[in-house]
Design a protein. Structure first.
Length: 256
């Protein structure tokens, strides 16, 4: 917690200094370019890293038994919300608007949103399954809805929480930081790889592959429309589809 808080405080001080500089005249350097690699990486990845730490402690104490269903999903969601709320509370209005632009999407953006969700389900997920089959790796640890508590945790985390907090962290902080330091291509690819990496625990190689590919599309949409609303909706639609598949409500169109 202290590492994430320290990184956010540093980010806040830089953005405040940038705001003061803008009052005196235009600046030639973006505020996020003043953050070093480990500082912004600490903010973006802190929920995932802290989840791994908490799970290690819990499973060591319980002998590898989870005390509640969907434990990793629930812990990661709570920690992600904590980090994002801390960011929103500490940053100025100007900084929040720059990092997390949220406004009603245009018709073109909504069309791109639906297209992104369909491409992820119909193209990227089958590719991820193919990669998994080729390398003989597992598909992760997503459980079926054997309990109402597990179902509630998974649905709320996947459809409501994850699309918002992950887009804020990866298409907000990570993408903007990389864009201020490196080329647009590096920003898109780098933020997408980070996004894919955090899906290792829940999705295995298949989840990493699918999330990385979808991250490329989400990053492109974020840059094209300068808005996070569309990518949040696309992210939520993709997760909702898999919730409905796991619940047996809709058929799985992805070949196994």
């Amino acid at each position: 917690m202290d590492v994430a808080n320290e990184c956010i405080n540093k980010l806040m001080r830089i953005l405040k200094r940038q705001n003061r500089m803008e009052c005196d005249g235009p600046s030639t350097e973006e505020p996020l370019s003043q953050l070093n690699l480990w500082q912004w990486l600490g903010v973006v990845l802190s929920p995932f890293l802290l989840t791994v730490l908490v799970l290690t402690v819990v499973f060591t104490a319980t002998g590898g038994t989870s005390p509640i269903p969907q434990l990793s999903t629930g812990i990661y969601s709570l920690l992600s919300v904590f980090v994002v709320v801390l960011l929103l509370r500490r940053l100025s209005v100007t900084a929040r608007t720059e990092l997390f632009p949220i406004r009603p999407p245009t018709r073109v953006e909504m069309a791109a949103t639906v297209a992104a969700a369909l491409v992820t389900i119909l193209v990227f997920d089958p590719v991820a399954t193919l990669v998994t089959n080729v390398f003989g790796s597992g598909n992760g640890t997503v459980d079926s809805f054997d309990s109402s508590l597990g179902a509630a945790i998974f649905i709320i985390s996947s459809v409501v929480i994850a699309p918002v907090v992950e887009e804020f962290l990866f298409r907000g902080v990570a993408l903007n930081t990389l864009r201020s330091k490196y080329s647009m291509a590096v920003a898109i690819v780098g933020s997408s790889i980070l996004f894919g990496g955090i899906h290792l625990l829940s999705g295995g190689l298949s989840g990493v592959t699918s999330a990385t590919l979808s991250g490329l599309v989400y990053a492109g949409m974020r840059i094209k429309f300068e808005n996070l609303t569309g990518v949040i909706i696309a992210h939520a639609l993709n997760n909702l589809y898999w919730v409905l598949v796991i619940g047996g409500i809709v058929p799985n169109v992805v070949p196994g």
